[in-house]
Ligand binder design. Structure first.
Ligand code: TYM
Length: 331
């Protein structure tokens, strides 16, 4: 089977619906056809300040949500990045073939470093995409299912793979991003021109997988729309309604046109109630299962550590080849 790699940062207590639609749903759909590696990328999360105790908890919670959403740890390799040291080892080597300017052009770095200011923004934040390239290349992944915001990082990964191969000989598989078209980017319900983010400052427009049902319902009913009153997709003129339509469509599999028809002549209130029912029905079982898994953290840790062993074995293969090619004297 071809290899697949993807991951999420444990940067909040709960994943949000953009993570679910942009990534998790794809992962679930692909895990049968690929030898898949799904990672909780805690080393990426610490590129911005984290509370140690909370980080550990968020890491477990993220892993539990993967499993609750249908990632099967017997089928796919589901583990925590820091438990496989090869990620950090390969990242160092890749950093030596990454241009300073090349890394500086990454838009996520520019956004985040602006938010933190140049004294607070760490070197780790700058080299974040190199660690992400290491994640992917370590497993010779062909497919990387992500949301649209990660496209530039996968592009960098491809460039680094090609550069390394040209300089040191064929070593890495050049990966392809797998990005769903219409739902590649889910927007904040209160600010429908900004990407929804689990670490957003205001949680009012973020639908968290682990939120209480009533909270989710309220957030949907309060979502920003417009004064036209017609359920119609128009990204430029109607970003709020269009975003809700995209979510509705992604979760039900109905086309946007079919949903527009269904709500023709009805107001936003009806439409939001419909969406509320769809989202709640989708989230409820995931939330219940995740909380159940978190009731037994020892068992969860055991599964993760067994999977990390499997990942480390797969990674060792690539790392040995890389050390050899680069001319490092292996003990
Ligand atoms: P992270 O944790 O920010 O997001 C996890 C996944 O969710 C997608 N996503 C979205 N998709 C649609 N709409 C949104 N509003 C939205 N918000 C987030 C992201 O695109 C991502 O697929 N750098 C990565 C983690 C990572 C990784 C990797 C991914 C580290 N190494 C290797 C793939 C392969 C990140 O920050 O994800």
């Amino acid at each position: 089977k071809p290899r697949l790699f993807s991951g999420m940062q444990p940067s909040a207590d709960s994943l949000q619906i953009g993570n679910y639609i942009g990534a998790l749903m794809q992962w679930r759909g692909m895990q049968d056809d690929f030898d898949a590696f799904f990672t909780v990328v805690d080393l990426h999360a610490i590129t911005v300040p984290q509370d140690p105790k909370e980080l550990r908890e968020k890491t477990r919670r993220t892993a539990a949500q993967y499993i609750a959403a249908g990632i099967e740890p017997d089928k796919s390799t589901l583990y925590v990045q820091s438990q496989v040291p090869a990620h950090a080892e390969l990242a160092w080597i890749l950093s030596t073939i990454t241009g300073f300017g090349e890394a500086g052009r990454m838009t996520q770095f520019k956004d985040k470093s602006q938010r933190y200011g140049s004294d607070q923004a760490s070197v780790g934040l700058f080299t974040y995409p190199v660690l992400m390239a290491a994640d992917i290349l370590l497993f010779q992944a062909e497919a990387v299912p992500v949301g649209d915001d990660q496209k530039q990082h996968v592009e960098l990964t491809r460039n680094l793979a090609e550069r390394f191969n040209a300089r040191f000989g064929e070593t890495f598989t050049v990966p392809e991003p797998v990005i769903p078209r219409e739902t590649a980017r889910i927007y904040d319900l209160q600010e429908p021109t900004s990407k929804m983010s689990k670490s957003a400052e205001s949680q009012a427009g973020v639908l968290y997988l682990l939120d209480d049902v009533n909270v989710t319902a309220k957030k949907i009913m309060r979502a920003v729309t417009d004064s036209e009153g017609i359920v119609r997709y128009d990204r430029d003129e109607k970003p709020g309604v269009s975003n809700l339509l995209a979510i509705y469509s992604a979760l039900t599999g109905s086309s946007v046109a079919a949903i527009e028809d269904e709500y023709a002549g009805r107001g936003y209130g009806d439409f939001k109630k419909g969406l509320r029912d769809v989202v709640v029905a989708e989230f409820e079982p995931v939330r219940a299962r995740a909380l159940e898994l978190l009731d037994d953290p020892a068992e969860l840790d055991r599964v993760l550590s067994a999977n990390a062993t499997r990942a480390a074995e797969a990674a060792e293969h690539t790392l040995t080849a890389v050390y050899e090619r680069v001319g490092l004297l292996r003990g």
